[in-house]
Design a protein around this ligand. Structure first.
Ligand code: NAD
Length: 259
């Protein structure tokens, strides 16, 4: 076990269950000595998160509700963190949502409402959360979000979420520029497909996984832990000169031309 994050505190947003990428990140940060604060979407997920957090060795985690579509919940969550913890050193934003009916068929059929919802939860929320978090990053900090190749290229059925990820990728760069003078870095990890609750919403997700196993340079999919290890790099001093970057953790799939 390394102690890269000893004495540091990180906010993890987006644990739904043990398959969540956020949980993979949490375990790696915990093993590196970090204190963790978890935010979850609502009461429905509270028990899941409590049970997972109870499996960690440390018992000083803080758990807070935070539905990112609600400004007052974001304000309240970060006010509580300020009161109970004070300074934070980083944040992992692992949140996305689109209606299942928008994650199949032709993108041209995307509804106005479905478009706004996907953008609000999956892209704008990073702006709102970064604005609140920066006030607690008085010793500098690092923010990491999760993106996907579908924001750079057309991936069948990813549709409205691909467009939200394209916005998220641009948001990372604008935030990196705004927050850099405060010594706050903002980066994203473009994860390869991993079987999670969110991923299950994408039609034919299994065939995306199969393509990775057959074509990606490493000929396999990636794990939550592998994403977590890159998050550890981005959230620790190891990446002190890196901001506004997208790092692909996808078995190399993104480098391929026509497959
Ligand atoms: P997941 O379902 O475990 O996590 C998604 C999280 O978003 C859940 O915890 C859910 O509660 C949260 N969320 C949704 N709406 C919310 C709201 N209004 N307020 C607060 N939280 C809300 O799935 P995951 O795959 O671990 O997703 C985490 C991130 O990783 C997402 O941004 C996703 O797009 C991204 N990602 C996933 C994959 C993959 O294949 N699984 C690949 C690349 C990127």
């Amino acid at each position: 076990m390394n102690q890269l994050l000893a004495g540091k505190t990180f906010v993890i947003m987006g644990v739904a269950n043990k398959r969540s990428i956020a949980w993979g990140i949490a375990r790696i940060l915990h093993d590196a000595g970090a204190r963790l604060i978890f935010t979850y979407q609502g009461e429905r997920l509270k028990k899941n998160v409590e049970e997972l957090v109870a499996t960690l060795e440390r018992d000083d985690s803080l758990l807070l509700p935070c539905d990112v579509t609600k400004d007052d919940e974001i304000t309240e969550a970060f006010a509580t963190i300020k009161e109970k913890v004070g300074v934070i050193h980083g944040l992992a934003h692992c949140i996305a949502f689109a209606k299942t009916e928008e994650l199949q068929g032709e993108f041209v059929n995307t509804s106005r409402e479905g478009y706004h919802l996907a953008q609000d939860i999956s892209a704008y929320s990073l702006v709102a959360v970064a604005r609140a978090a920066k006030e607690l990053m008085t010793e500098g900090g690092s923010i990491v979000t999760l993106t996907y190749l579908g924001g750079e290229r057309v991936v069948p059925n990813y549709n409205v979420m691909g467009v939200a990820k394209a916005a998220l990728d641009a948001i990372v760069k604008y935030l990196a520029n705004d927050l850099g003078p405060r010594n706050i870095r903002v980066n994203s990890i473009s994860a390869g497909p991993i079987r999670t609750l969110a991923a299950k919403g994408v039609k034919d997700f299994n065939s995306i996984l199969k393509t990775i196993e057959e074509k990606a340079p490493l000929r396999r999919t990636v794990t939550q832990e592998e994403v977590g290890k890159t998050a550890l790099y981005l959230l620790s001093d190891l990446s002190s000169g890196v901001t506004g970057e997208i790092i692909h953790v996808d078995s190399g799939f993104n480098i391929l031309g026509s497959v």
